[in-house]
Design a protein around this ligand. Structure first.
Ligand SMILES: C[S@@+](CC[C@H](N)C(=O)[O-])C[C@H]1O[C@@H](n2cnc3c(N)ncnc32)[C@H](O)[C@@H]1O
Length: 289
């Protein structure tokens, strides 16, 4: 039984406890929960319990829409505590300031950000194509000896916070926040510059994959590719994503090897977010094909 359910046992009815979400996110001092419509009348009791369980939580918000749109935003309704959506989240020694209403942020990707940061070798140039408020980029700058990290995002609010976070973490000499569409930024100024490219936007990574390849140095490099996939009982989600990208990369005559793959998280019934670390060994410029 989740801690929240345990806490509310005896206060909520059995049917209410059954539909109470088992988990919620905490970002800095703000908790975000998705309360089902049938439980809205209990929102305040639920929020009070969350604040009592987590002494540092100052605000509880209800997520009332799924994450959607290009900027990957969700609608949030205030339930209890301070009326604000801005907070500072601490992760692996970094500070991330974020407005949860105006920018994407998920504490659930914390280990994945750490995993990628640990792979970066000294002197690398890294491009983060869908960087949000700069979490992967700043963690890389703080934990590795990367030379340069380009942190691109289309959302002006995400870039505003990324610039603030770069300063907050003292990595101005390494991380550059760039506002714009990753495709355009790569075409205009970042062709053949990177040892490593991050694509943490599963909704667009496949469409943008050839631009990630274009951004790698002529001797190649690594792409961290994120995608969503459905996989039936007898199917392996990692193999499914591998087959999908293999078709595209092979079509462009790109020599590659998938070094690593894993399920980052389960996002629905038999729906998975998958990451592949793709080592691109050699590529033929598209103009040569
Ligand atoms: C899932 S979020 C990534 C968040 C971030 N990597 C993190 O760990 O917090 C995806 C981000 O991609 C941005 N985005 C969407 N389309 C884009 C594009 N064409 N070029 C650059 N950024 C884009 C969104 O604004 C959003 O901030």
């Amino acid at each position: 039984m989740s801690r929240l359910r345990e806490y509310l046992a005896g206060k909520l009815e059995d049917w209410e406890l059954r539909i109470l979400p088992g988990s919620y996110d905490i970002v800095g001092d703000i908790a975000i929960i998705r309360i089902p419509n049938a439980l809205r009348h209990r929102a305040e009791e639920i929020a009070k319990a969350i604040m009592e369980i987590n002494g540092h939580v100052r605000t509880v918000l209800n997520q009332v829409s799924p994450v959607s749109g290009s900027f990957r935003l969700r609608r949030l309704e205030w339930i209890m505590g301070d009326k604000r959506t801005v907070t500072i989240h601490r992760e692996y020694g970094c500070l991330f300031k974020v407005d949860l209403e105006k920018c994407y942020f998920s504490p659930r990707l914390s280990y994945e950000r750490y995993r990628v940061a640990e792979l970066v070798r000294p002197s690398e140039t890294v491009i983060n194509m869908f960087a949000g408020v700069g979490c992967f980029s700043i963690l890389i700058a703080k934990r590795s000896k990367a030379d340069k990290v380009y942190s691109i995002d289309l959302n002006p609010w995400a870039i505003k916070y990324a610039i603030e976070n770069i300063r907050l973490n003292g990595v101005e000499h390494i991380v550059e926040a760039i506002l714009g569409d990753a495709k355009t930024i790569i075409k205009e100024r970042l062709m053949e510059t990177a040892d490593r490219v991050l694509m943490p936007l599963p909704e667009k990574a496949y469409e943008y994959l050839d631009y990630a390849v274009d951004a790698l140095k002529p001797n190649g490099g690594t792409i961290h590719y994120y995608d969503f996939t459905h996989a039936g009982k007898d199917e392996d989600p990692i193999c499914k994503v591998e087959e999908k990208i293999s078709r595209k990369l092979s079509k462009f005559g790109i020599d590659f090897k998938v070094d690593f793959g894993k399920i980052v998280r389960t996002v629905g019934p038999r729906w998975f977010q998958v990451v592949l670390d793709i080592r691109v060994n050699k590529r033929i410029k598209r103009a040569d094909l």
